[in-house]
Design a protein around this ligand. Structure first.
Ligand SMILES: [Zn+2]
Length: 408
């Protein structure tokens, strides 16, 4: 009986082995090659889960690596480094990488390579950061790069998104307080859905959106300044406001969080979507001018049914919608504020208070208090571009029906 059991185990074991995940990437350097699955690529190190069982992670510094090869075949076979695009160099050299991607005839030349989630990213020598699907990665060789051979022009790989240098400088701003949605800088991505004819023809264009987003942040930051002047701001927020205000003589200048517009959606901290179908904006109590994810990083503008104008550039005619106030309201939701529904409420979070939606409306003292309270909560919020309709808030159009006919 016991022998039979042992035989059964012996028969089953080979089947279990072949059912193991088939990963045999290789990390090679200094006469040593490790096989398994490359699970992380950081700027300083590479992590490989050794063996097909993927249970022994090994962190290897890039300085000890000559090349890595991505290979779905689960076998410890000899590997040779890729050689395409490696040209001997007699002039000035710099440490760098060659990145081999499927679909690219030549390897990309990079000064840094790293993986983030399902994306592989590499920084070109001109500062452009390119990002695309990790599944496109075939291998990376650590090498010296001929500076004379590195052009100033962007090298584009099909299916990859190229983000110019200026954004690498402004990117990854830090949170101001416990609520990590309000940061010292914002990278926004304006997403246009197809069929967005009205916004394309009448605005708002991407720059209008960036500017209004920035103006709304200025209004919220000014609310913090007022709270500070009233002596009602907690320590970390006081330090932030002090660092944001520069004084000279009789003047003081408030520098609010800066807003940059990114080309690649994956680099955005907030996604603003325009050209959404009107059906999304149908609410129980009417229709919405805009929507946002509460405690989140996604806004929708109802450009199919409304025309938006930045009120800081001049009066907004009845029938149009003032965009800075809409952004102020929706960003309030992003930071975690809820709609204020009470009749006569003095709050930008009240649609009645913003009515008729043609003026720039600043956060009130009530809003400033609520804003400080929400910044002191530990809120991480939804990821950029994530929209969950159960946690969204709409800015309801509360104007008389005839005022809406203009845009029907
Ligand atoms: Zn709302």
């Amino acid at each position: 009986m016991r022998l039979k059991r042992l035989l059964e185990v012996a028969l089953v074991a080979p089947a279990l082995m072949t059912a193991a995940p088939a990963y045999a990437d290789a990390v090679a350097g200094q006469g040593l090659t490790r096989y398994g699955r490359v699970s992380a690529i950081a700027k300083e190190t590479v992590t490989i889960d050794q063996g097909c069982a993927r249970d022994k992670p090994l962190v290897v510094p890039w300085s000890q690596i000559e090349f890595i090869k991505i290979d779905a075949d689960c076998a410890t076979h000899p590997v040779e480094p890729p050689v395409a695009g490696l040209v001997p160099c007699t002039g000035n050299k710099m440490a760098g990488f060659k990145v081999y991607l499927s679909g690219a005839p030549e390897p990309a030349t990079a000064k840094a390579v790293w993986r983030s989630g399902d994306e592989i990213n590499y920084e070109q020598f001109n500062g452009t950061v390119s990002s695309g699907a990790y599944s496109a990665l075939k291998g990376i060789v650590r090498t010296t790069v001929c500076l004379a051979a590195v052009g100033d022009d962007d090298v584009h790989v099909e299916g990859f998104c190229d983000e110019p240098r200026q954004l690498a400088v402004n990117y990854a701003p830090s949170a101001v307080s416990d609520n990590t949605i309000f940061t010292r800088g914002f990278a926004i991505y304006v997403e246009h859905l197809t069929g967005d004819e009205r916004a394309a023809a009448e605005g708002p264009n991407d720059e209008d959106i960036r500017e209004s987003f920035g103006s709304a942040l200025t209004l919220w930051t000014s609310a913090l300044l007022r709270m500070k002047n009233a002596g009602r701001l907690p320590g970390d927020l006081t330090a932030y406001v002090n660092a944001s205000v520069s004084r000279g003589g009789a003047y003081s200048l408030l520098t609010p969080p800066q807003v940059v517009r990114v080309r690649c959606r994956g680099n955005a901290m907030v996604v603003v979507r325009v050209g959404e179908q009107a059906a999304r904006f149908q609410l129980a109590g009417g229709r919405a001018i805009a929507l946002s994810q509460t405690e989140g990083r996604m806004l929708f503008l109802n450009t199919e049914q409304y025309r938006f104008k930045n009120g800081l550039h001049g009066p907004v005619s009845p029938g149009d919608i003032e965009l800075v106030s809409v952004m102020t309201h929706e960003l309030g939701h992003s930071f975690g504020l809820r709609d204020v529904g009470a009749v006569g409420a003095q709050s930008v979070m009240s649609a009645e208070f913003l009515n008729p939606f043609t003026n720039v409306v600043e956060p009130t003292d009530q809003d400033a208090e609520a804003f400080v309270a929400v910044l002191k909560q530990s809120i991480a919020g939804a990821a950029p571009g994530v929209f969950n309709s159960e946690m969204c808030s709409g800015l309801r159009d509360v104007r008389p029906v005839r005022a809406r006919v203009f845009l029907q």
